[in-house]
Design a protein around this ligand. Structure first.
Ligand code: ZN
Length: 449
């Protein structure tokens, strides 16, 4: 299609369908980046149609029924009580179960024969006939240093094959997750940051907005994770759905769109209005919303939300560095983030909130004089010569950053010598000596004396 044809089509559509402006002519030759973005719009929307297939939905529902998702749902419901809506709890449970139990991240493919993990990538090949039936774009081949045999890692795009293999990187994670979310009846988008990461967005009719959902990271509604936690500044982030077409959602993922993104777009040669019009033209042709009014309504809501972030910049808060992938790999990509403790953010305490989730008690070890009392953990009773400690039974990897929130109370009485939040590698039964010896050798720690 040449520019005149696109222009004619748009003006026709704008009169009959969306009341959109006539697109401007190309100001200059499109850059490679611009072309990549515009070319993606149609294939992105068409690609989402595979999740509408009854076979995919049926298979996805079977996975949800058989593999522990319902149990996770019960846990999340207990944990969040009435603080979250049921659809939010459903997606939170799905994210946790999906990342924690269902899928396995592949850095290097372990040897299929002797299970050796430290294999080497020796090449990328075209798929064989059985692999290409899974809509496979390429196959990574790994060699084992122990038994010398090679193992193949086909990168499937077919949702059923992805849900069967249950392994991969952000592409497979997002494909599998979208199939499951769609089978639960949610509208869902594939979100593509053109600089190398994909995730999803799920539409919550009760909230009237799309919520960021990243199955590789297991996080919901934390869109500033990439810009703030990973230190990535997106140029173009596009969401595509079979029903509602494509949308430029970059603003949702940027702390300051005007200052940070617009200059980078210019640098990359992205012609914003042209992209905008290409999106709307393609949506009018390919999207399959229940009605044109429903599509327009959704776009209005989203435009209002995104414009809101420009008018009133969001609190950036604390976001952890990237969790998925090996430390080495994340370091090479500069996505580790920084270690930081944010003790202001009480609301995000997930590890231990006894009132919200009494079942978490089983994850804690109480040592010395420590015990659980009513709704709090009591380090020591108000008596002389006491020492108590409470640790998580399972160690947590804090090498890539974490966030911590806690509340404490010092009761009336003569008081004790102090208390500390301690990070230690000794084990869950570690206990100080009490009295004047409130001192641990591990760092970092937060102490109240
Ligand atoms: Zn081997």
């Amino acid at each position: 299609m040449d520019n005149q044809m696109i222009s004619d089509l748009c003006s026709k559509l704008s009169r009959t369908y969306l009341s959109r402006p006539i697109p401007p002519r190309l100001k200059r030759d499109p850059s490679e980046f611009h072309r990549k973005v515009v070319d993606y719009i149609g294939s992105g929307i068409s690609g989402m149609k595979r999740f509408e297939s009854p076979e995919v939905k049926k298979y996805a529902l079977k996975v949800l029924d058989n593999d522990g998702f319902r149990e996770e749902m019960v846990k999340v419901s207990q944990e969040y009580g009435s603080t979250k809506t049921d659809p939010e709890k459903q997606i939170m449970a799905l994210l946790r179960w999906f990342k924690g139990q269902l899928f396995t991240w592949v850095n290097k493919l372990p040897c299929e024969f002797c299970k050796e993990e430290d294999t080497s990538l020796i090449g990328v090949e075209d798929p064989n006939s059985s692999e290409s039936s899974g809509d496979c774009s390429r196959v990574e081949v790994y060699q084992c240093p122990k038994c010398n045999k090679t193992s193949r890692f086909p990168r499937f795009n077919n949702p059923v094959r992805v849900l069967q293999a249950r392994r991969g990187r952000c592409g497979e994670y997002t494909t599998g997750f979208i199939a499951l979310v769609r089978s639960l009846g949610f509208d869902v988008r594939l979100v593509n940051d053109f600089e190398d990461h994909v995730w999803a967005e799920v539409y919550f009719p009760g909230l009237k907005r799309w919520l960021h959902a990243d199955p590789s990271e297991g996080i919901l509604d934390e869109p500033l994770t990439y810009a703030v936690g990973w230190g990535k500044q997106p140029v173009m982030v596009m969401g595509t759905s079979a029903r509602f077409g494509a949308s430029d959602v970059t603003i949702r993922y940027t702390p300051d769109f005007v200052k940070l993104t617009i200059p980078r777009r210019r640098q990359k040669g992205l012609q914003g209005r042209l992209v905008y019009n290409s999106i709307h033209t393609t949506n009018a042709i390919l999207a399959q919303p229940p009605s044109a009014a429903a599509l327009a309504q959704l776009q209005r809501e989203e435009n209002e939300e995104l414009a809101g972030y420009i008018i009133k910049p969001r609190e950036t808060g604390f976001h952890a560095g990237r969790q998925s992938g090996s430390t080495e790999w994340r370091k090479a990509r500069g996505e580790l983030g920084s270690i930081s403790i944010d003790i202001k953010d009480f609301q995000t305490t997930k590890v231990f909130d006894s009132t919200a989730n009494p079942t978490l008690l089983k994850d804690l070890a109480f040592n010395g004089n420590a015990r659980f009392q009513e709704t709090s953990a009591l380090l020591t009773p108000c008596v002389s010569d006491q020492a108590g400690s409470i640790f998580l039974k399972a160690p947590i990897d804090i090498s890539h950053g974490f966030r911590l929130g806690f509340k404490f109370q010092v009761s009336a009485g003569d008081g004790a010598d102090g208390l500390a939040v301690v990070f230690q590698a000794q084990g869950p039964s570690a206990l100080g000596k009490g009295k004047f010896s409130l001192k641990h050798h591990s760092t970092p720690q937060v102490a109240v004396d």
